[in-house]
Every structure is written in C-alpha cells, then in structure tokens.
Design a protein around this ligand. Sequence first.
Ligand code: NAD
Length: 384
Amino acid sequence: MSKKKLNVGIIGYGFMGRTHSNAFRKVNNFFDLEYEPVLKAVCARDGAKAQAFADQWGYESVETDWKKLIARKDIDVVDIASPNNTHAQIAMAAAAAGKMILCEKPLAMNGPQAEEMVKAVEKAKIPNMVWYNYRRVPAVTLAKQLIDEGRLGRVFHYRAKFLQDWTISKDLPQGGAALWRLDVKVAGSGVTGDLLAHCIDTAMWLNGSIDKVTAMTETFIKERKHNLTGKVEKVGIDDASAFLARFSNGSLATFESTRYARGHKALYTFEINGEHASIFWDLHDLHRLQYFDHRDDGIVRGWRSLHITDSDHPYMKHWWVPGLQIGYEHTFIHQVADFIQGVQDGKPAGPTFRDGLATDHVTDAVLKSAKSGRWERVKQVRKK
Ligand SMILES: NC(=O)c1ccc[n+]([C@@H]2O[C@H](COP(=O)([O-])OP(=O)(O)OC[C@H]3O[C@@H](n4cnc5c(N)ncnc54)[C@H](O)[C@@H]3O)[C@@H](O)[C@H]2O)c1
C-alpha cells in the first residue's frame, strides 16, 4: 500500500541537517508507519551550497529564504536545523502558517522567547517536537523504563556531565559558520544552553522537574577575534558551567559541562542512585547500561554491564539480531519514527515545545544564579 506523504522542508544543512536528513530517509526502512517523509526542500542562505546538499541527500528543491520555504503550500513539516537565534522567528512563522514543526535544541535563546513559541504552536494546534535526541538512545530509554517500574525505589542522587575540549586555543575565533557557538548573540549562552541543556532534558525526563539551582560559570578566554567583524571582541558565552540542583522529588543533583576538559570530545555521562538500585550511562559506550541492584544475592552482587541489543530492549526489535549494536544516528531515526507515530495517533510524542521550554527555564536559572551567586528558583511549566 502506498504511504501518505509528509513533505519536509529543512532549514540548515550543517551537522544537524545531515543527521535529520539521514533519519527522514531511513525511517520507513525500519519502522512500519502510515506516513513517509519526503525530502521536498532544503533552505540555507548560500544557494550553491544548499544545492550541493540537495544533490547529495536527494532534496527535490532549494530555497535561500526560510520565509519562502514556509509560504510553500507543498511543505507539511518545517524542520529547524539552524543556529539558536533563528529558532523562534522561524517557528512562530511556521506555526502561523499551520506547519508541523521539528526544532533543534535549545528551543530558544531564553525562557521568555520559548514561552512565545509554545503559545504559537499550541494556538495553531500543530504537532511540535524538540530534537533532544538522547532520550532515544535505547539504553537511556531503558533507564526511563527501569525508573518508571520502580526498580530504583526512591531516588537520592542524579549526577550528569558533558565534557568537550575543542575551544581551549585562545587563537580560535568566534562567530560565523561552524563557530557561531562561541558568539553569544547567536548561541544565547555557551555550554549551559548547548551541552547542559541535553543533560537537563534527560534528567527531567527520567527524574522529574527541578525546583532550584545554584551555579558557577566561567569564561576562560575573555576576548576572541570575531569572524564576521574582523575585530577582537569580548566573549559573552560561558566556557564552563557547573551547578547543584534540587529536584521536586527531593533528590539532589550535580551537573557539569565544559569545553576545556582536555582529552574529552563528547563525554556525556549520567548516574542515578536510588534506594534499591543505581544506573550509569556513558555516551561513548552508548549501547550499554550499567546497573547495580542491591537486592541481588550478596555473593554475586555487583555492577552489571547490560548490552542493550535484545529485541525486548527499547527500539531494538526494529534493527538487527540480538547482540548487534546501533549508534548515534539511530537516535534521530527513532525520534522521527515516534514523531510520525504521534501524528498518526493524535498523541504528540515528546519532547514537545512545552518540554523544551521547561529546559530553557532551568538554563535561565543556572545563568541567573551564576551571576547572583545565590540559589535561584526554576520557573515551572504546567504539564499538558
Ligand atoms: N540534538 C543535538 O544533539 C544537536 C547537536 C548539534 C547541534 N544541535 C543544534 O542544531 C542547531 C544547528 O546546529 P549545527 O551543529 O547543525 O550547526 P551548523 O553550523 O553545522 O549548521 C547550521 C546551518 O544553519 C544554516 N543557517 C544559519 N543561519 C541561517 C538562516 N538565517 N537561514 C537559513 N539557514 C541558516 C547554515 O548555513 C548551516 O547550514 C543548533 O540549534 C544546535 O544547538 C543539536
């Protein structure tokens, strides 16, 4: 039977442009869905580069102005894979045009901007999702299942880290292609919105809302040449960010992120300690979940390294045979599959814009606390 078409217009052909395009192309090979994404158009400001991307990935057409993309009648889904300062304007226009929206993280430059985006998509009643893809690593999804089943019991501690080392050189410029993450006017913040946002989204999904935080941030290199102006300018982003948090369920947390941890490229880890059991996950070994259960017989009690490749593990029945693992790209494929399933069932899959807003409120409180030197309350988002 031929599938219903879901015409995708993607904005941005960079790192995320590639992961999303790959997911749209592969999802129907592995998931049985009524809809099929069609790569209708890619939009970026440089027409020749956008055309080269379209040719490589199979997009039917190219736009150089996202407003034109949104105005097209043949686009059903607008996928925002461009830098953070573009998300709000594009999403609000896409919502007004009645398009479904997939938006990269962080949802917005700050909480108040994200609130406007939530209002716009909810008023338009359109399916909306934020690409916090780590929720869909099968081992992380299994962690959620184990917690929801009560296997950990009461949770006492949550510990997350996201470490990189690519901005240590003082000669690295800020701004423009590839280096917009160092330009606060484009990124909104540094590692807090870029890396900790992932840790916070996973944490609140697994362990519930965060009530308050106390943080410290540092900008180690205070000035860098700006690629667009050619001048040496003040650096406005946080290079490192660490905070303590209290969850609403009474558990305590530590979060740390930096781009100055020599030797680490993308070390995202979390550990959760409960009354009965603990779990630990590491992005570098993403198909494994470490699990310790105190209720095991004492003489064989210890940390188990679960290989998350069996068909009864989340998502794995769609892939190869037990024992064979999958990786990073698959998290995006899972997210597209769940988005489409949500559209089919009329039950939106998370993280929705509302969930993305909750994370933006936490990062706002972190940045505020780093300035004030005090504990700051996190603005809460009502569940829908
Ligand atoms: N989910 C994740 O794990 C993850 C990982 C990396 C990046 N991101 C997020 O994805 C977004 C993009 O990041 P990236 O790493 O792909 O960046 P990138 O620099 O690799 O690509 C950005 C793309 O946006 C395009 N662009 C910029 N301004 C534009 C405009 N005004 N109109 C149209 N196109 C425009 C650029 O030409 C480029 O193609 C960011 O919000 C980032 O935070 C998420």
